[in-house]
Design a protein around this ligand. Structure first.
Ligand code: OGA
Ligand code: MN
Length: 197
C-alpha cells in the first residue's frame, strides 16, 4: 500500500479507493474465510444498539463474522491493518488506537440502506475500511457501494465490490449504502477507532 498517497487523499478528499490493496495470496485466504459453512460462525447483522437493537432485514441484509486473531489468515490481515494504523497515525496524527472488523456476506437480494458508520452517542469510529473479495464481479450483479457527500444529498462515487479493491474513508463524513446485490457479495468491513466514547 502506498501510505503517503493514502494519507494525502484522506487529508484532501476524505476517501480513497485502492485496487489490489493486499497481496494476492492473502486476498485468496480471506476469500476462503468469508464462506458461511453453516457452523453459525456467520450471524445476521444488527442495526442500532442497546434497547434499540433490532434485526431489520429490510435495512441491512448481511450476515457477519467478527475477525479475531485466532486464525492465521485473519491474523495476517490484522497485521496489515495494524501497519496501516501506525503509519497513518504517524502522518495524520489521528490517534487511532485499535481496529475492529468483520467478514460480511450479502446473499442475493440483500443490501444495506443509507447509513452512517458513526453510531449515535458513540463517536469513536474514525476511519472506515471496506475490502472486497469477489472474483469475476460484473456490473449487472449490482451490489455497488454508493458514497454520498456529508449532507447525504448528492452522490460522490460508486464502488464495484471487485476482488482486492479497498475503500478507506472518514467514518463520520460520508453516509453510504450498499445497493441490492443479485449474487453473493463478500467483503470485510472495518473501523479504526480512538479510545473513549
Ligand atoms: C458497513 C458498510 C459497505 C460495503 O458494513 O457498514 O457500509 O460496501 N459496508 O460493504
Ligand atoms: Mn457502513
Amino acid at each position: 500500500m502506498d501510505i503517503d498517497l493514502i494519507a494525502q487523499e484522506l487529508e484532501q478528499t476524505g476517501y480513497i479507493v485502492l485496487a489490489n490493496a493486499l497481496p494476492a495470496e492473502l486476498l485468496h485466504g480471506l476469500q476462503k474465510r468469508c464462506e458461511d459453512d453453516g457452523s453459525e460462525r456467520f450471524q445476521p447483522a444488527h442495526v442500532g444498539r442497546g434497547a434499540a437493537k433490532q434485526q431489520i432485514r429490510s435495512l441491512r441484509g448481511d450476515v457477519i463474522s467478527w475477525i479475531e486473531a485466532d486464525d492465521p489468515v485473519d491474523r495476517s490481515f490484522l497485521e496489515q491493518m495494524e501497519t496501516l494504523r501506525r503509519e497513518l497515525n504517524a502522518r495524520l496524527f489521528l490517534g487511532m488506537f485499535d481496529y475492529e472488523s468483520h467478514y460480511a456476506i450479502y446473499n442475493s437480494g440483500q443490501g444495506y440502506a443509507k447509513h452512517s458508520d458513526v453510531l449515535q452517542g458513540k463517536k469513536n469510529r474514525i476511519l472506515t475500511t471496506v475490502l472486497y473479495l469477489n472474483e469475476d464481479w460484473q456490473p449487472e450483479h449490482g451490489g455497488e457501494l454508493v458514497v454520498y457527500d456529508p449532507s447525504g444529498e448528492s452522490e460522490l462515487l460508486r464502488v464495484q465490490p471487485t476482488f482486492g479493491t479497498m475503500i478507506i474513508f472518514l467514518s463520520e463524513s460520508f453516509p453510504h449504502e450498499v445497493l441490492v446485490s443479485n449474487t453473493t457479495r463478500r467483503s470485510i468491513a472495518g473501523w479504526f477507532r480512538v479510545s473513549g466514547s
